[in-house]
Design a protein around this ligand. Structure first.
Ligand code: PDD
Length: 284
């Protein structure tokens, strides 16, 4: 049975519980991170910690633990659960208190939960075949830069996409693509330029995005950080998405329109290989 970390304790998953009054449960008053594990090691742990601390501070929340302590918990869970490939999930909520819209001003201890999941991230069929996405309006709150557990819209949208035979959604705000349900979105336009929306409150500042943009710049691939429209995406040479779990995932159709020749394109394939190689080499 899997071991889960809850508030200082390592427990069998069936004994790992939090209060029904937890504000994460009642108000989605919690933030999270998903860190990939390759070869039993953590990919970009420090990037995830930096983003977690930023999410917490934007919401006036505290994490009563140092990065070194959180790293030690990650490593212990990876070890006891024998994770060679998969993820570590970290969630911090404001804590539990009587239900009230106001943040309680004193005496709250944040709830800290970490667990692991085994997952084939590298040899994943969609990485080879490519994803079919459909576009939907972006109806999330407008602080998508904060990684909160408020994921219902994205979860509903992805489920509807599956019910319609697609794999995922790309969300659209004022005619421009923001991002996928749980990934950042890119196209390669007819000039061969990689285009991805610039960082703002409208998208999550992906850790994988940061690494992939760096790889592309190092390889002197043309890249523009700007919004792109759905029409531009449908007529692109290539499309792809990035996330800790999807790595670089080619997108081969958008709203039923085939992108390029319908197969994963050379830019996405190359970036996937290079990202995989560098993140494996740098994992800790
Ligand atoms: N999601 N955009 C959104 C809305 C996301 O939820 C995610 C990550 C990303 C990519 O971020 P990163 O490269 O740091 O994983 C972009 C994680 C994987 C999840 O919710 O499972």
């Amino acid at each position: 049975m899997r071991t889960v970390y809850v508030n200082g304790k390592y427990l069998p998953e069936n004994e790992a519980t939090v209060s029904v009054f937890d504000r994460g449960f009642l108000f989605a008053d919690a933030v999270y991170e998903v860190t990939a594990v390759f070869d039993g090691r953590l990919v970009d742990f420090h990037g995830h910690m930096t983003r977690l601390r930023r999410s917490l501070s934007e919401l006036q929340m505290e994490l009563p633990a140092s990065d070194a302590e959180i790293l030690a918990i990650h490593r212990e869970l990876v070890r006891v659960n024998n994770v060679t490939e998969g993820i570590v999930y970290t969630q911090v909520s404001r804590g539990s208190a009587d239900r009230d819209f106001l943040f309680p001003d004193v005496g709250l201890t944040s709830t800290v939960v970490l667990f692991t999941q085994h997952k084939n991230l590298i040899d994943n069929p969609t990485g080879r075949r490519g994803l079919h996405v459909i576009t939907v309006p972006d109806q999330r709150w407008r602080r998508c830069d904060i990684k909160t557990v408020q994921l219902l819209y994205s979860s509903l949208a992805k489920t509807r996409a599956k019910q319609q035979g697609a794999d995922d959604v790309w969300m659209v705000l004022d005619g421009f693509v923001t991002e996928g349900s749980s990934n950042n979105a890119y196209i390669v336009n007819q000039d061969g330029t990689i285009v991805t929306r610039e960082l703002s409150n409208d998208i999550l500042h992906g850790i994988t995005r940061h690494a992939v943009v760096r790889c592309a710049r190092n390889l002197q691939m043309p890249l523009a950080e700007r919004p792109f429209t759905v029409d531009e995406a449908r007529s692109a040479r290539e499309a792809f998405s990035t996330s800790a779990t999807g790595l670089v995932s080619p997108v081969t159709s958008i709203d039923g329109v085939t992108i390029g020749d319908g197969k994963p394109g050379p830019v996405a394939t190359r970036l996937r290989d290079i990202y995989l190689e560098s993140s494996r080499a740098n994992a800790i």
